[in-house]
Write a protein that binds this ligand. Structure first.
Ligand SMILES: CC(C)(COP(=O)(O)OP(=O)(O)OC[C@H]1O[C@@H](n2cnc3c(N)ncnc32)[C@H](O)[C@@H]1OP(=O)(O)O)[C@@H](O)C(=O)NCCC(=O)NCCS
Length: 92
Protein backbone atom coordinates (compact mmCIF):
# COMPACT_ATOMS: atom_id res chain seq x y z
CA UNK A 1 0.00 0.00 0.00
CA UNK A 2 1.39 3.36 -1.08
CA UNK A 3 -1.37 5.57 0.17
CA UNK A 4 -5.09 6.12 0.43
CA UNK A 5 -7.62 8.56 -0.91
CA UNK A 6 -11.20 9.13 0.18
CA UNK A 7 -13.96 10.73 -1.89
CA UNK A 8 -16.77 12.15 0.23
CA UNK A 9 -19.97 12.10 -1.77
CA UNK A 10 -21.61 14.88 0.22
CA UNK A 11 -20.32 17.73 2.33
CA UNK A 12 -21.40 18.30 5.91
CA UNK A 13 -20.96 21.68 7.63
CA UNK A 14 -17.82 20.27 9.31
CA UNK A 15 -16.37 18.97 6.00
CA UNK A 16 -17.00 22.37 4.39
CA UNK A 17 -14.58 23.86 6.90
CA UNK A 18 -12.01 21.02 7.05
CA UNK A 19 -11.83 17.86 4.98
CA UNK A 20 -13.73 18.76 1.84
CA UNK A 21 -14.75 16.26 -0.83
CA UNK A 22 -11.36 14.53 -1.16
CA UNK A 23 -8.67 13.59 1.35
CA UNK A 24 -5.47 11.61 0.85
CA UNK A 25 -2.21 10.56 2.38
CA UNK A 26 0.87 8.73 1.15
CA UNK A 27 3.03 6.36 3.18
CA UNK A 28 6.06 8.31 4.47
CA UNK A 29 8.52 6.00 2.67
CA UNK A 30 6.73 6.57 -0.66
CA UNK A 31 6.43 10.35 -0.55
CA UNK A 32 7.85 12.76 -3.14
CA UNK A 33 7.34 10.30 -6.01
CA UNK A 34 4.25 12.02 -7.37
CA UNK A 35 1.84 9.43 -5.99
CA UNK A 36 -0.46 11.99 -4.37
CA UNK A 37 -0.56 14.09 -7.54
CA UNK A 38 -1.49 10.98 -9.56
CA UNK A 39 -4.04 9.80 -6.97
CA UNK A 40 -5.87 13.12 -7.01
CA UNK A 41 -5.80 13.20 -10.83
CA UNK A 42 -7.35 9.72 -10.89
CA UNK A 43 -10.00 10.67 -8.31
CA UNK A 44 -11.33 13.78 -10.06
CA UNK A 45 -13.20 11.89 -12.86
CA UNK A 46 -14.74 9.65 -10.20
CA UNK A 47 -15.91 12.71 -8.27
CA UNK A 48 -17.29 14.11 -11.54
CA UNK A 49 -19.26 10.90 -12.08
CA UNK A 50 -20.83 11.46 -8.65
CA UNK A 51 -22.09 14.87 -9.78
CA UNK A 52 -19.38 16.92 -8.08
CA UNK A 53 -18.44 19.55 -10.67
CA UNK A 54 -16.03 21.43 -8.44
CA UNK A 55 -14.42 19.49 -5.60
CA UNK A 56 -13.72 21.31 -2.37
CA UNK A 57 -10.32 20.44 -0.91
CA UNK A 58 -8.81 21.81 2.27
CA UNK A 59 -5.33 21.71 3.70
CA UNK A 60 -3.31 23.31 6.43
CA UNK A 61 -1.83 26.65 5.48
CA UNK A 62 1.61 25.17 6.19
CA UNK A 63 1.10 21.96 4.14
CA UNK A 64 3.15 22.92 1.08
CA UNK A 65 3.13 19.37 -0.33
CA UNK A 66 -0.66 19.15 -0.33
CA UNK A 67 -1.00 22.65 -1.75
CA UNK A 68 1.25 21.65 -4.66
CA UNK A 69 -0.75 18.47 -5.23
CA UNK A 70 -3.97 20.49 -5.39
CA UNK A 71 -2.55 23.22 -7.60
CA UNK A 72 -1.00 20.66 -9.99
CA UNK A 73 -4.55 19.38 -10.47
CA UNK A 74 -6.01 22.78 -11.32
CA UNK A 75 -7.02 23.79 -7.80
CA UNK A 76 -7.69 27.45 -7.09
CA UNK A 77 -7.49 28.86 -3.59
CA UNK A 78 -10.82 30.34 -2.60
CA UNK A 79 -10.42 31.35 1.05
CA UNK A 80 -9.30 30.40 4.55
CA UNK A 81 -11.44 28.65 7.15
CA UNK A 82 -9.54 28.94 10.40
CA UNK A 83 -6.07 27.53 9.77
CA UNK A 84 -7.26 25.62 6.68
CA UNK A 85 -6.88 26.93 3.16
CA UNK A 86 -9.84 25.97 0.98
CA UNK A 87 -9.50 25.15 -2.71
CA UNK A 88 -11.90 24.55 -5.53
CA UNK A 89 -10.77 21.93 -8.07
CA UNK A 90 -12.66 21.43 -11.34
CA UNK A 91 -13.40 17.75 -11.86
CA UNK A 92 -13.57 17.83 -15.67
C1 LIG B 1 0.67 15.66 1.27
C2 LIG B 1 1.10 14.28 0.77
C3 LIG B 1 -0.17 13.47 0.48
C4 LIG B 1 1.92 14.48 -0.53
O1 LIG B 1 2.19 13.18 -1.06
P1 LIG B 1 3.37 12.93 -2.14
O2 LIG B 1 3.03 11.68 -2.87
O3 LIG B 1 4.68 13.02 -1.46
O4 LIG B 1 3.20 14.20 -3.10
P2 LIG B 1 3.83 14.34 -4.55
O5 LIG B 1 5.03 13.47 -4.68
O6 LIG B 1 2.74 14.16 -5.56
O7 LIG B 1 4.37 15.84 -4.51
C5 LIG B 1 3.61 16.94 -4.94
C6 LIG B 1 4.45 18.20 -4.86
O8 LIG B 1 4.73 18.49 -3.47
C7 LIG B 1 6.11 18.60 -3.27
N1 LIG B 1 6.41 18.08 -1.96
C8 LIG B 1 6.23 16.81 -1.52
N2 LIG B 1 6.58 16.73 -0.23
C9 LIG B 1 7.02 17.96 0.13
C10 LIG B 1 7.51 18.50 1.34
N3 LIG B 1 7.62 17.75 2.44
N4 LIG B 1 7.84 19.81 1.36
C11 LIG B 1 7.70 20.57 0.26
N5 LIG B 1 7.21 20.13 -0.92
C12 LIG B 1 6.89 18.83 -0.97
C13 LIG B 1 6.73 17.78 -4.37
O9 LIG B 1 8.04 18.21 -4.64
C14 LIG B 1 5.81 18.08 -5.53
O10 LIG B 1 6.11 19.36 -6.03
P3 LIG B 1 6.19 19.64 -7.61
O11 LIG B 1 4.83 19.29 -8.16
O12 LIG B 1 6.49 21.08 -7.71
O13 LIG B 1 7.26 18.75 -8.13
C15 LIG B 1 1.99 13.53 1.80
O14 LIG B 1 3.06 14.38 2.16
C16 LIG B 1 1.23 13.10 3.05
O15 LIG B 1 0.67 11.99 3.10
N6 LIG B 1 1.20 13.97 4.08
C17 LIG B 1 0.49 13.66 5.31
C18 LIG B 1 -1.01 13.65 5.10
C19 LIG B 1 -1.50 14.93 4.46
O16 LIG B 1 -0.99 16.02 4.71
N7 LIG B 1 -2.51 14.75 3.60
C20 LIG B 1 -3.14 15.85 2.91
C21 LIG B 1 -4.15 16.48 3.81
S1 LIG B 1 -4.82 17.93 3.03
Amino acid sequence: MLGRLAIRHRLTPALEKAGGHIGYDVRPSARRQRHATAMLAAALPLACSLGITHALLTCDETNTASQRVIEANGGRSIDMAGHKRRYQVPTS
